[in-house]
Design a protein around this ligand. Structure first.
Ligand code: 13P
Length: 248
């Protein structure tokens, strides 16, 4: 079976004080041992979070660069994450694709660099409202994933968690229905079985993100192809613990 996976994406939020409080709350709460938990604070606070967290919780960067070191002002390398005991990174979040104009190919080279350097990747994909209304959701999501598939090959997927995050559901309070989420997750798994292999399709975690909260998480978690969540706003609040325990 696939281990349930819940990520907290803090985005550009938090202070030393608030992140210490969140980390303390998580470290002292009773968390379902069958759920893998990863939090992604802003890069400035990665070491702070790592230093205060209990070891059963992992830490992710929100982004990483694809070059090993050198004159790349403002960027962080995969080996620097490793050096700091940061074991995961988010990549391809819709806010980076839209606001920072990241293209599929750039997300793909960064994914390859992270995996080659031994860092797990939470790879985000998802369609806009306009794309959903045009009926091209599956095309958009599989195009985003195929760019990565071309660079990483079959073995790379072992250390990738796919986060399906419909853009219209992010930060809007408008969560996808359980049927909408299940439908796209199943389409992604079918695409993996065709484009990679049935074994990889069976093993890859596909998590849902977009307005997940303590009220809607349990129904979503019951869907066959929903293997966890990527949580934004609610990951900054005490209710994140209830979301982590959605399957318990
Ligand atoms: P919200 O949970 O705030 O909608 O954000 C989802 C998200 O973008 C997680 O990466």
């Amino acid at each position: 079976g696939r281990k349930f996976f819940v990520g907290g994406n803090f985005k550009m939020n938090g202070t030393i004080k608030s992140i210490k409080e969140i980390v303390h709350n998580l470290s002292t709460s009773k968390l379902d041992p069958d759920t893998e938990v990863v939090i992604a604070p802003p890069s400035l606070y990665l070491l702070l979070a790592r230093g205060h967290l209990s070891p059963n919780i992992e830490v992710a960067a929100q982004n990483v660069f694809d070059k090993p070191h050198g004159a790349f002002t403002g960027e962080i390398s995969v080996s620097q994450l490793k050096d700091s005991n940061i074991t995961w990174t988010l990549l391809g979040h819709s806010e980076r694709r839209t606001i920072l104009r990241e293209q599929d190919d750039f997300v793909a080279t960064k994914t390859k660099a992270a995996l080659d350097g031994g860092i797990g990747v939470i790879l985000c994909c998802g369609e806009s409202l306009e794309e959903r209304e045009q009926g091209v959701t599956t095309d958009v999501v599989t195009r985003q994933l195929q760019a990565v598939n071309k660079t990483i090959g079959k073995d790379g997927w072992k250390n990738v968690v796919i986060a399906y995050e419909p853009i219209w559901a992010i930060g809007t309070g408008k969560v996808a229905t359980t049927e909408q989420a299940q439908e796209v997750h199943a389409a992604i798994r079918k695409w993996i079985s065709e484009a990679v292999s049935s074994e990889v399709a069976e093993q890859t975690r596909i998590i849902y993100g977009g307005s997940v909260n303590e009220k809607n998480c349990r129904e979503l978690a019951k869907q066959t192809d929903v293997d966890g969540f990527l949580v934004g706003g609610a990951s900054l609040k005490p209710e994140f613990v209830q979301i982590i325990n959605a399957k318990a």
